[in-house]
Design a protein around this ligand. Structure first.
Ligand code: SAM
Length: 207
């Protein structure tokens, strides 16, 4: 999977490649998807949600430019797989999932795999998790119509948000938002992607 789907498409960061090698993806999918766990596509995980394609997980992780001590907030825990990949690189991982059953299952899968330092919460990630902020990096794994202002507030100067932005029925743009030392923002679009929508108060993408 790592060589054929990820390195071949240009992901070069050694920490990211090692993390993708280390996490047992087949332990983050429902039993009926285990045989497909390493295929080059997203898979259903129940409740109408998906675990992202391995390449997209690796690419988004590479975009975070982690060195190993960053505080990272993930919005959209889903299976817990992306959180596990992050935790292979930094010990400070916080993740929020809006569907309580998915949050509980991901927490239990993460525990079973030994990722005991990851904090999982059930709630609407649009509002971030201010109690644990500010964060060096924020990764959103569901598509939003705009970058939620609370996430920008909870980002440290020098920090980065990686988020798919766009409409539910459209191809979205994977977007990188950098917050500079003076608080100003730079935004750039890096890849067309297709994600399930951010729900809750963040609600349907509104362009
Ligand atoms: N990162 C996940 C993984 O590794 O399995 C995949 C995430 S899936 C593509 C998107 C997830 O975002 C879904 O589980 C969905 O329920 C969740 N979600 C949608 N809106 C949300 C919100 N407002 N707050 C938190 N989670 C949300």
């Amino acid at each position: 999977m790592v060589r054929e789907q990820i390195e071949s498409r240009g992901v070069r960061n050694q920490q990211v490649l090692a993390a993708m090698q280390a996490v047992r993806r087949h332990h983050f999918v429902p039993a009926d998807q285990v045989a497909a766990a390493y295929q080059d596509r997203p898979l259903p995980i129940g409740f109408g949600q998906t675990i992202s394609q391995p390449y997209i997980v690796a690419f988004m992780t590479e975009l975070l430019m982690l060195e190993g001590a960053e505080r990272v907030l993930e919005i959209g825990t889903g299976s817990g797989y992306q959180a596990a990949v992050l935790a292979e690189i930094t010990p400070h991982v916080f993740t929020i999932e809006i569907i309580p059953e998915l949050a509980a299952r991901a927490a239990s899968w993460l525990r079973a795999e030994g990722y005991i330092g990851i904090q999982v919460k059930s709630g609407d990630g649009y509002h971030g998790w201010p109690e644990h902020g500010p964060y060096d990096r924020i990764i959103v794994t569901a598509a939003a119509g705009h970058v939620p202002p609370p996430l920008i507030e909870q980002l440290k100067p020098g920090g980065r948000i990686v988020i798919p932005v766009g409409g539910v029925f459209d191809v979205q743009q994977l977007t990188v938002v950098d917050k500079h030392a003076d608080g100003s923002l730079t935004t750039r679009q890096v890849l067309p992607v297709r994600f399930v929508p951010l729900t809750g108060q963040g609600l349907a993408p509104d362009g």
